[in-house]
Design a protein around this ligand. Structure first.
Ligand code: SF4
Length: 232
């Protein structure tokens, strides 16, 4: 798949009257904000507790997620759930989503090989992320890997340098104004959300690819424990 040069973006597909995550999810099913909808099976929107204390943001759905229409149900998702558990975060208090909501892949024979989304896809899909945050108001935002970090924190943020560090949210975002004082309902009510914090760590798929999985997994859990402690 060649580099995409431009995309109209998701904004026009977000109904202003969508007050809930379910309404957003229903609208996202018809998104054509970039070309990724054409080859993927379906939109994979975020899922979890609407009053989640922790929102985890990954890159994009994988092959299995694309087929099932649910985020983090493949091997990386299973590993993430275990890591969340091992870190002591209540799984009932999390919401899982991705920076890009369609699966980007390259066909090799019959196999669909994951392709990292380009900046244009991240930018096109960002309005969905902003809309999710406007309705969720988490206490902790966990950014999983470089693509999610680019989507929320801008291209200069380095996960390897700042992982496991609690940062102010939304002040640390590339466009903090998008995430602060956002209307949360169709009547124009504005969120008065308490200050939250952000923490970046590796994507669980990086653990699966690591030469030493145990060390990589321990590192992921260690970072998530920082989030768990911040919740108490
Ligand atoms: S990747 Fe995002 S912007 Fe592109 S079509 Fe899918 S939902 Fe819309």
């Amino acid at each position: 798949m060649a580099e995409t040069e431009s995309a109209p973006g998701a904004q026009e597909f977000i109904p202003p009257q969508a007050d809930t995550i379910d309404e957003l999810r229903a609208a996202a099913a018809g998104c054509q904000g970039c070309e990724l909808y054409r080859d993927a099976s379906q939109t994979v929107f975020g899922r979890g507790d609407e009053s989640a204390r922790v929102v985890l943001v990954g890159e994009q759905p994988g092959d299995l997620e694309d087929q099932k229409g649910l985020p983090f149900v493949g091997p990386a998702g299973r590993l993430l759930r275990k890591a969340v558990d091992d870190a002591g975060i209540d799984p009932g208090h999390i919401y899982l989503t991705n920076a890009v909501k369609h699966f980007r892949f390259e066909l090799r024979g019959k196999r669909r090989i994951h392709q990292t989304p380009d900046r244009v896809h991240i930018t096109a899909c960002r309005p969905w992320l902003v809309a999710e945050f406007a309705r969720l108001h988490p206490e902790i935002v966990v950014v999983l890997g470089a693509t999610a970090a680019k989507a929320l924190l801008g291209p200069t943020f380095r996960v390897t340098k700042q992982r496991g560090e609690l940062l102010p949210w939304p002040a640390a975002a590339q466009h903090p104004e998008d995430f602060a004082g956002v209307p949360v309902d169709s009547a124009g009510k504005v969120a008065d959300a308490p200050a939250a914090r952000l923490l970046a760590t590796i994507h669980p798929s990086a653990v699966l690819r690591a030469d030493n999985r145990d060390v990589a997994y321990d590192g992921l859990v260690k970072d998530l424990k920082v989030a768990a402690r911040a919740l108490r």
